[in-house]
Design a protein around this ligand. Structure first.
Ligand code: SAM
Length: 194
């Protein structure tokens, strides 16, 4: 059972999370060329980012390790082209034009392998957009269980993507979350080289 299961039903009630998702989705839209995409949302949660991207979407597939998050996502959609699944990246069939992931990378220990696996799910010249915390002092979460990274240095994360054959398209601070102090959220988007 995922530690996120217990929080899934209340997830969307948090205004800070909703605002972060909106800011991240706006930054993604500003970065990408116009068009319609088959979108994968990795670590989709209840779909706060996914559902902000419907106007860009041919389809949206969310994946998440939390069954309850997936359940909450699917309560919001009766469209068969907008669905979430509790399935690993490796077992997920199909390929995508755009992969988004918001506030999930810091929960993944092995980022190098994750980027390798994301690249395999992306069509040639597809895009990947990642939003997460800029390096922080470990005080963002009240409980750091399941937190593998206290944010990221965006420049170093970009270098890791570039080593996997991605070309950086944009970088910006998409939002600043105000808690007991300010925490910057970056957005990095890349294109898979042909
Ligand atoms: C902080 S939440 C962010 C959820 C959503 N992206 C949002 O912005 O509201 C992190 C999400 O990542 C999921 N997660 C953690 N590890 C994962 C993994 N290895 N694969 C897929 N999802 C994972 C959690 O279950 C949780 O839903």
């Amino acid at each position: 059972m995922s530690s996120f299961d217990a929080r899934a039903q209340e997830w969307d009630k948090n205004q800070r999370r909703r605002q972060t998702a909106q800011k991240v989705a706006s930054a993604i839209k500003e970065c990408l060329p116009g068009g319609y995409y088959d979108i994968l949302d990795f670590g989709c949660g209840t779909g706060l980012v996914s559902f902000e991207l419907v106007d860009l979407a041919k389809s949206i597939t969310g994946i998440d390790t939390s069954a309850k998050m997936v359940e909450e996502f699917n309560k919001k959609s009766d469209d068969p082209y907008i669905r979430a699944y509790q399935i690993s990246l490796e077992d997920l069939p199909g390929s995508f034009d755009l992969i988004v992931s918001s506030m999930t990378f810091h929960h993944i220990e092995d980022i190098d392998t994750l980027i390798h696996n994301l690249a395999k799910k992306l069509r040639p010249q597809g895009f990947v957009c990642v939003a997460d915390l800029v390096s922080e002092d470990g005080s963002f979460h009240s409980d750091n269980q399941g937190v593998h990274h206290f944010g990221f240095d965006p420049r170093r994360l970009a270098e890791t993507f570039e080593r996997h054959g991605f070309v950086k398209r944009c970088f910006k601070i998409a939002h600043t979350i105000q808690k007991h102090k300010a925490f910057d959220i970056f957005l990095l988007c890349f294109q898979k080289s042909p």
